[in-house]
Design a protein around this ligand. Structure first.
Ligand SMILES: *[C@@H]1O[C@H](CO)[C@@H](O)[C@H](O)[C@H]1NC(C)=O
Ligand SMILES: *[C@@H]1O[C@H](CO)[C@@H](O)[C@H](O)[C@H]1NC(C)=O
Ligand SMILES: *[C@@H]1O[C@H](CO)[C@@H](O)[C@H](O)[C@H]1NC(C)=O
Ligand SMILES: *[C@@H]1O[C@H](CO)[C@@H](O)[C@H](O)[C@H]1NC(C)=O
Ligand SMILES: *[C@@H]1O[C@H](CO)[C@@H](O)[C@H](O)[C@H]1NC(C)=O
Ligand SMILES: *[C@@H]1O[C@H](CO)[C@@H](O)[C@H](O)[C@H]1NC(C)=O
Ligand SMILES: *[C@@H]1O[C@H](CO)[C@@H](O)[C@H](O)[C@H]1NC(C)=O
Ligand SMILES: *[C@@H]1O[C@H](CO)[C@@H](O)[C@H](O)[C@H]1NC(C)=O
Ligand SMILES: *[C@@H]1O[C@H](CO)[C@@H](O)[C@H](O)[C@H]1NC(C)=O
Ligand SMILES: *[C@@H]1O[C@H](CO)[C@@H](O)[C@H](O)[C@H]1NC(C)=O
Ligand SMILES: *[C@@H]1O[C@H](CO)[C@@H](O)[C@H](O)[C@H]1NC(C)=O
Ligand SMILES: *[C@@H]1O[C@H](CO)[C@@H](O)[C@H](O)[C@H]1NC(C)=O
Length: 707
């Protein structure tokens, strides 16, 4: 009996509660619900019960007025109705990480007088903020949407409680709205980055006297760095990278003692690194690369003992590296002084920075040897010293082999006329087992291709171009399990191109891990090409040597190859038909050899081939027509007196073609049908190729952000 009674009471109470959901709020939510949808594989919003206070993402106050609406990451699409403005008790609105689109109804702010927190981040919302924020607002996140227009001071007419304001990653234009600091003196976080704000940053930011994080990187801001920034003692992070700021960094930045991150890279800043920077004992990241800073590195920098990341590359800095004592920087992980004018020996004090992961001094004027103590850098993964004036490459490798974690070595163009490091020591130590990139080109190194390289199981990229390497290309190269870029251009190699090259696993099948993204420290690279590690074209480049004999048919196994340079050698015989199996090939250079016979008709199958030359050989017969062959200029074929075809404006004698037909009756028919079969896909391949190129260009330019 009593159980039945309790159950009855429960029913009664819950129905009272159900009735208690405010009608206005209920209708307002329903009109929102009507304009959104959840795509089918996802679970739909559970908004079926009577009491709207029980709906998913909804919370009410004791008076059953809706105070929170939080539906994040639910794949919602559709638009936001202005009827939400009837939720007059709403304090938290969170629609982050959905696919809501259309203009956001800023008029909502008129009636949402209790709104404290608004999070619309990661949607597709548009429009320009044209209505004042409610007085109650504390945090606002409009980031990663499609908002545009300028942010007028009207927006911040009276927002005394504002703490956090994030509009990053939109398309806002006009001046940076520094008027925000006039009404919001408690603001701690301002993020304006990744927009199109332009012009000088007028005075005003200084009034945000509690500001901790100030980001406005990746915009088009210009003029001097806003002067009153230097008076905001609470600042922890300043990010103004990727703008067009000019003028000096005032030394008074060193008085902002809480600073942990200074990122001013890619501007046009001049003058010196602030001499009192050492006062910033909390400084974790100093990122000033790609400016026009000059002078030397202030010795006081070594008092920044919290420093982890120090990027000063691409400036006009100089001075003796050895005059700097890096030893206090025990937390330093990444140092990049590349593309400056530093001179002298590499300082041994660097060896005492035990946390170092990446060291780059490429493109300076450093001299001397790699100090032996570098063998103690057990965390070192990336080393780039290319284009300096170092000596003793053999000694360098004996030292570096003891850095067990090295995965990238760039030492191109820094040794001259020395022997290739090739001693038993290197072979027997079984070192460099983490190495993925070895670049040791442009150094006129002498000797044979060293066999210790053959034991590098993880090596993906080997560059020994522009040296004076002699002897044959060893057969063991073909058994390297990870290699997909081999650049031995311009050496003195002789003998045949071994057929074993056709076994290179990482060029035959996609199973091998050819992803370099785990190495993503792109700032360390030698060249622009390696700045885009994700996109390194898979290539075999053996041009400008003295290789001879026939081209091995096994090259045709390298299905994933995109670049093949065989130019300027002494290859003879005919072009193997098997090359037509290199379906990913974009560049094929066979010029400057003694190749004979006809250009195989089957090469027309190479739909992605955009650069092709067989100039200066001894080829004969008709140049294939159709496919990519219609796009190659006459220069691709010149220097072959016996070649004919419309590209060369030289008609082929009809008799000779007929004669060959008679000699090999079935073959031409096969070719004929193959041609017609491929006629349509060619065009398709070309446009697909174009799309791929465009996408990869876009991808590359987006990667620039990582610099
Ligand atoms: C929907 O929410 C109600 C409470 O509001 C709950 O009782 C019901 O189990 C939920 N349904 C689903 C399918 O989650
Ligand atoms: C809800 O809001 C809309 C738009 O602001 C308004 O037109 C409508 O009258 C409101 N509904 C009620 C019941 O007040
Ligand atoms: C919005 O919701 C997401 C997911 O629950 C959460 O991570 C985020 O912090 C919320 N935003 C605010 C401002 O509370
Ligand atoms: C604000 O912009 C919206 C469109 O984004 C427009 O419909 C509305 O009239 C504008 N309101 C004001 C006050 O300008
Ligand atoms: C601003 O929002 C973006 C996401 O759109 C986020 O990556 C960034 O960290 C936020 N800014 C701050 C200072 O939290
Ligand atoms: C920028 O916003 C778009 C759209 O919301 C998003 O897809 C992208 O990931 C955001 N980019 C960053 C760097 O946060
Ligand atoms: C904002 O973008 C829309 C299209 O998305 C465009 O029509 C409008 O002119 C832009 N407004 C401003 C101020 O740039
Ligand atoms: C911006 O600042 C620079 C240098 O501080 C000054 O020369 C220039 O006149 C300013 N431009 C505007 C539009 O205020
Ligand atoms: C730095 O600011 C001070 C005023 O605090 C000024 O006297 C000095 O000229 C400024 N230095 C530079 C290089 O702008
Ligand atoms: C580093 O700090 C110490 C103690 O705070 C100080 O004596 C020294 O002068 C500073 N060094 C430099 C180069 O500023
Ligand atoms: C630089 O190092 C070389 C040895 O590598 C040494 O002979 C020379 O004295 C050093 N020069 C300076 C200025 O320390
Ligand atoms: C490899 O060789 C080519 C010549 O084919 C040269 O131009 C290029 O710079 C080399 N690439 C690298 C990464 O060293």
């Amino acid at each position: 009996m009593p159980i039945f009674f309790i159950f009855f009471l429960f029913l009664l109470i819950s129905s009272v509660q159900a009735l208690s959901c405010n009608k206005l709020d209920h209708d307002s939510l329903l009109s929102f619900y009507k304009q959104i949808s959840v795509p089918s594989p996802e679970i739909p919003l559970n908004w079926s019960s009577i009491d709207c206070c029980n709906w998913e993402g909804v919370a009410c106050n004791p008076e059953s007025r809706v105070t929170r609406l939080s539906i994040s990451g639910r794949h919602l699409s559709g638009t936001i109705t202005p009827f939400l403005g009837n939720l007059t008790f709403l304090s938290h609105l969170n629609f982050s990480h959905n696919r809501l689109s259309g203009p956001f109804p800023f008029t909502l702010f008129q009636s949402l007088n209790h709104l404290e927190s608004l999070d619309l981040s990661y949607n597709l919302l548009s429009g320009s903020p044209n209505y004042s924020l409610p007085v109650s607002i504390r945090t606002i996140d409009l980031s990663s949407n499609h908002f545009n227009g300028s942010i007028e001071s009207l927006f911040f007419r009276g927002v005394p409680r504002l703490i956090s304001f994030n509009v990053s990653n939109n398309s806002f234009t006009g001046p940076l709205p520094s008027s925000i600091c006039i009404t919001s003196s408690f603001v701690k976080m301002l993020d304006f980055s990744m927009n199109k704000f332009s012009g000088n940053v007028s005075q005003g930011i200084g009034r945000c006297s509690k500001l901790e994080v100030f980001r406005a990187g990746i915009n088009s801001l210009s003029g001097w760095l806003p002067y009153d920034l230097y008076s905001v003692k609470t600042l922890i992070e300043i990010y103004l990278g990727n703008n067009q700021f000019t003028g000096p960094i005032n030394n008074s930045i060193a008085l902002l003692s809480n600073l942990s991150i200074i990122d001013l890279h890619e501007n046009q800043l001049i003058g010196e690194v602030p001499k009192d920077i050492g006062l910033l004992s909390n400084l974790n990241q100093l990122i000033l690369h790609t400016n026009s800073l000059n002078g030397s590195v202030p010795p006081s920098l070594m008092n920044c003992t919290s420093l982890k990341t120090l990027l000063l590359r691409n400036n006009h800095l100089g001075g003796e590296i050895a005059s700097l004592d890096f030893s206090p920087l025990q937390k330093l992980e990444v140092i990049d002084f590349g593309n400056n004018s530093f001179v002298g020996n590499i300082t041994v004090s660097l060896c005492l920075c035990r946390s170092l992961i990446a060291v780059r001094f490429a493109y300076n004027q450093l001299t001397g040897e790699i100090p032996a103590c570098m063998a103690g850098l057990k965390s070192l993964s990336h080393l780039s010293l290319s284009y300096n004036f170092l000596s003793n490459v053999v000694g360098a490798f004996r030292i570096l082999i003891r850095c067990d974690n090295l995965s990238v070595i760039f030492l191109s163009g820094c040794f001259k006329d020395e022997p290739v490091p090739n001693d038993g020591h290197l072979l027997h130590l079984n070192g460099f087992q983490s190495l993925q990139i070895l670049s040791l080109g442009g150094s006129d190194l002498k000797g044979e291709l060293p066999s210790w390289i053959g034991k590098l199981k993880k090596l993906k990229i080997l560059n020994l171009s522009y040296n004076q390497i002699t002897g044959k290309i060893p057969k063991w190269l073909g058994s390297m399990p990870s290699l997909f870029v081999l650049n031995i251009t311009r050496n003195h190699l002789t003998g045949e191109l071994p057929r074993e090259i056709g076994n290179l696993k990482a060029l035959v099948s996609d199973d091998t891990d050819s992803n370099l993204s785990n190495l993503a420290l792109p700032f360390l690279s030698d060249s622009l090409q390696f700045n885009r590690l994700f996109n390194v074209p898979r290539g075999i480049k053996v041009g400008n040597n003295s290789l001879s004999g026939n081209l091995p048919a096994e090259l045709g196994n390298l299905r994933l190859l995109t670049e093949l340079d065989l130019n300027d050698n002494d290859f003879n015989g005919s072009i193997p038909n098997e090359l037509s199996r290199l379906v990913n090939l974009e560049k094929l250079d066979m010029s400057g050899n003694h190749l004979t016979g006809e250009i195989p008709e089957s090469l027309k199958k190479l739909n992605f081939l955009s650069s092709f030359t067989v100039a200066n050989n001894d080829l004969e017969g008709e140049i294939p027509m159709g496919g990519q062959f219609d796009t190659f200029a006459n220069t691709s074929f010149e220097g072959n007196p016996k070649l004919c075809g419309s590209v060369l404006q030289k008609n082929c004698p009809p008799s000779s073609a007929g004669g060959e037909d008679e000699m090999l009756p079935p073959a031409p028919e096969e070719e004929e049908s193959a041609t017609s079969l491929y006629a349509i896909p060619f065009g398709l391949g070309y446009s697909v190729g174009f799309v791929v190129v465009v996408i990869s260009l876009l991808f590359r330019s987006s990667l620039k952000c990582f610099n």
